[in-house]
Design a protein around this ligand. Structure first.
Ligand SMILES: [Zn+2]
Length: 270
């Protein structure tokens, strides 16, 4: 086992920032049926969701995080139909999810599933590869002031590093089977990685079958809050049971949603 494997992408959509947020495997423990890997993140500065490291202080924690305070196109947002949403005949997102996932990581900020190559989406003729997806509780984006118990972010990038995130909102209801497969495998401790066997089909069942969406320009929702991210929040919701929400909250030990940010001059398209 190569202990120096760099673990891809530990933070929200900061997968392209491997220098500041890269991580190394430093310890590998073999359990009965699974391998648990310990990972250490090399933060330039610690950030989090509570106390001094909470979102309202991110911009002050490191000069590199200044966009968290200065940005005018920040994510997440409250998608308010009455104020900013314009109908524009958006094109359908072309989902080509063909790759399986083999690793689930608890990085202390979220639970993230890394996806093998060869899954992608097409938006307006542009090709974005799926890198990873991860979860926030409660949701980061809101719809007309409504918060949801869970939001999944599917993070995609072009070869040049342009980012596109698809957000899926989960409302309370029936237990979600695809989520449960991930919940059963997610490491209980921060900075640990486990193997998971998740097929492309399983991954796709996390998305609602109807995929109309809201579109807006935004940012990473975690430091360094880089802007220029294409956001597509699906209008149809998936379900999660109360027990599944509790299970996720217990593992993280805290909420992991950045509060909604001002829309400013932006328009949300639908
Ligand atoms: Zn996210």
């Amino acid at each position: 086992m190569n202990k120096k494997i760099i673990v891809a992408s530990l933070l929200c959509a900061t997968l392209l920032n491997a220098n500041s947020h890269g991580a190394k495997l430093i310890e590998v423990t073999h359990l009965k049926h699974q391998t648990v890997k310990k990972v250490t993140t090399k933060h330039t500065s610690h950030w989090g969701y509570t106390g001094h490291e909470a979102p309202q202080n991110w911009a002050e924690l490191n000069p590199k995080y200044k966009m968290c305070g200065m940005g005018v196109n920040q994510s997440p947002i409250d998608i308010k139909n009455s104020v900013s949403v314009q109908s524009s005949g958006l094109e359908t997102i072309g989902f080509n999810y063909h790759a399986d996932a083999s690793a689930v990581i608890n990085n202390g900020h979220t639970i993230q599933v890394n996806v093998d190559s060869h899954s992608s989406i097409n938006i307006d003729g542009e090709h974005f590869s799926l890198k990873q997806f991860h979860f926030h509780t409660p949701s980061e984006n809101e719809i007309n002031g409504r918060s949801f118990p869970l939001e999944a972010h599917f993070v995609h990038s072009t070869a040049e590093g342009k980012l596109a995130v698809v957000g899926v909102l989960f409302e309370l209801g029936e237990p979600n089977k695809a989520l449960q497969t991930i919940w059963d495998a997610m490491p209980k401790e921060a900075n640990k990685q486990k193997r998971i066997s998740l097929s492309a089909k399983n991954i796709e069942t996390l998305l609602p079958s109807k995929r109309d969406y809201y579109y807006f320009n935004g940012s990473l929702t975690t430091p360094p809050c880089t802007e220029g991210v294409k956001w597509m929040v699906l209008k149809n919701y998936q379900t999660i049971s109360k027990e599944q929400v509790t299970q996720f909250e217990k593992v993280l030990g805290h909420s992991n949603n950045r509060p909604t940010q001002p829309i400013n001059a932006r328009r949300v398209l639908k």
